[in-house]
Design a binder for this molecule. Sequence first.
Ligand code: PMP
Length: 351
Amino acid sequence: MERLVRSCYKQGGYVFAKKAGGRTHGAGDERIARLASNENPEGPSPAAVMAAQEAVLTANRYPDERVDVLVSALKTHYGDYAFVAGVGMDGVIETLMRTLVEPGETVAVSTPTFSFYGLAAQAQGAKVVSVPRRADFSVDIDALIAAGKDAKIIVLCSPNNPTGNATRVEDVKRVLEGINGFLFLDNAYVEFSGIDYLPLIRKYENLVIGRTFSKVYSLAGLRIGYAFVPAWLQPYYARAGTPFTVNSVSAAAAAAALSDDGHADRYIGHVRVWRKRYADKIKFPVLPSDANFVMINVTPHTGDEIVENLAAKGVLVRSCRSFTGLGDHYIRVSVGEDWENERCIQELNAL
Ligand code: PMP
């Protein structure tokens, strides 16, 4: 019966990071350090937990299809922008592709980067074009514009996963002015960078900025993301989306999380301290990062070797081998709790 499956799903798919498999402790009863998925190691804000608990009491009802509770909280927090929401930023990316991309159209992606853009574009029958970054992982803006001239959507991740570096606002502006289609700017990690791309939203009608509650707001398990969009796009996005896609518990928790700036700020401060410590203390070259993780060049080892080696010692990190165009000598390490980061540094340096 497998012959009935679409050819694009016969192989490939999203590559997940190594998991603890529900375990919190390793064989020698040491705690497992989870540094593979760029999660906030602290639990969600108590305000978010309370809002979720309250919302679940009315889970017999379908959620509000306009996700008003979240949209109004976003407006209070950021100002009067137009927003859409989704099941994680992944859900936003998927719905955006559905809204905009006809089969056979081009989606150009600045690589190496997060893989789901290509997968979501492929699901719409798009032709996915990869536009490689330079050797230092900075974006070749002219190449991106040239490759993106005829693309329906150009995707740029800043700060980029897995390289960690950010693209300057001026350069993003150049892309927006040079292309004919849309720019999807992935800002999953922007809160850790201090860069403000939002003034661009006021000016450009072909820009969508994706954001998530999975990282700085500590709600990865509730799968909730959003985007700043040009107002004209909103009704089309709503038409293309799965009905009631954002559940009421996640929406309530996310709205409440926005009100707890202290929780987010504490984590951002912690990330900044540890990015520097990683760079100072790890014996391998650590790339400069504007995100809540760092990418490390582990040559002469391969990323996979290091992941297996560290996992055996109860430290989970991510191999970058699956990121197209990156080669296999890199790992990505999230900033975790102090003890997790210390363990990771110690095990890496002991190699
Ligand atoms: N974009 C980037 C760059 C990411 O790293 C991730 C998650 N790892 C996402 C989007 C998806 O985030 P979410 O959990 O909101 O679906």
